[in-house]
Design a protein around this ligand. Structure first.
Ligand SMILES: Cc1ncc(COP(=O)(O)O)c(C=O)c1O
Length: 278
């Protein structure tokens, strides 16, 4: 099955039919989740903040000690793929065939998939995430690695309870991020979002949202906040490349209304995207 793929898959730059696009079972990307990835948005063939994504991919690969194809090669693979139109560009870099020399015989996969049909509003479970770096720094902290098992398990757990996804908590109930998205909330007109010192992913959408907030005069506060702050807020939102900015209507058993600040931020984010890609 090749869900939502638009056009061909580039395997180390080779145009490949999606049905034939395969990675070796001996690749440590498959065997140990050793590798890294990116997801970027193509808007009608233009990629939003391509270089920010490629910078993050480079940082991930550096953590993993995998040598990437050159920046110009990666750029052209991504821009060629984006000509398929609107969608999500996926880039996967596997660890390769020799665990002692990461990158040996590895594969870089680039393809476009259609934007998933998402619910208009998000309902989030609140889950403890003892696997999260939560401010601690280790070898792979900050890398967007292929090892997303715990995050996916949290999504599955949340869905089994009737939610769409999960917001993750660190020690002392500190709010971290979602399983595949950043979190924000609005209290008395101020946008709050967890800070990078909690070793959350350096989200490109979160950064753009903070810029958008600045443009429209919404005050922002970035730091370490406990779940009470989130649960007691006026509006909650999620931010990611795939979801852009979406209102949250429930966190655990607390309900929220989609709010006017989220709406304004979403609009300002859309304008920012429009300006940059046109
Ligand atoms: C854990 C996590 N946090 C946040 C994000 C949002 O990052 P971005 O805005 O760069 O898509 C993602 C996206 O994959 C993620 O996996």
């Amino acid at each position: 099955m090749t869900p939502r793929t638009i056009g061909s898959v580039l395997m180390n730059g080779v145009i490949t039919d999606p049905a034939d696009a395969a990675v070796s079972v001996f690749d440590i990307g498959f065997q140990r989740g050793y590798g890294c990835f990116e997801a970027m948005r193509s808007y009608g063939g233009d990629i939003f903040r391509l270089d920010d994504h490629l910078d993050r991919l480079q940082r991930s690969a550096d953590h993993l000690r995998i040598e990437l194809p050159t920046r110009s090669v990666l750029r052209s693979w991504c821009t060629d793929t984006a000509t398929g139109g609107d969608g999500v560009i996926r880039v996967y870099v596997t660890g390769g065939l020799d665990a002692s020399v990461p990158g040996t015989g590895n594969v870089t996969v680039v393809y476009l998939e259609s934007v998933p049909v998402l619910p208009q509003f998000v309902r989030l479970d609140l889950l403890d995430a003892p696997w999260h770096a939560d401010g601690h720094v280790s070898e792979l902290t900050g890398a967007k690695t292929l090892s997303y098992g715990p995050n996916l398990a949290a999504t599955i757990e949340a869905r089994s309870k009737g939610f769409d996804d999960a917001a993750l908590l660190g020690s002392g109930s500190v709010v971290l991020e979602g399983t595949t998205f950043s979190l924000g909330w609005v209290t008395d007109g101020v946008l709050f979002t967890p800070g990078l010192e909690s070793q959350i992913l350096e989200s490109i959408t979160r950064r753009a949202t903070l810029e958008a907030a600045d443009r429209i005069g919404v005050e922002t506060s970035v730091g370490r906040f406990r779940s009470e702050a989130l649960l007691g807020s006026d509006e909650v939102l999620v931010m990611s490349t795939v979801r852009e900015i979406m209102p949250v209507i429930a966190v655990a058993d607390v309900s929220f209304e989609p709010g006017v600040v989220t709406e304004r931020l979403s609009h300002a984010f859309g304008e920012l995207v429009h300006e940059e890609i046109s």
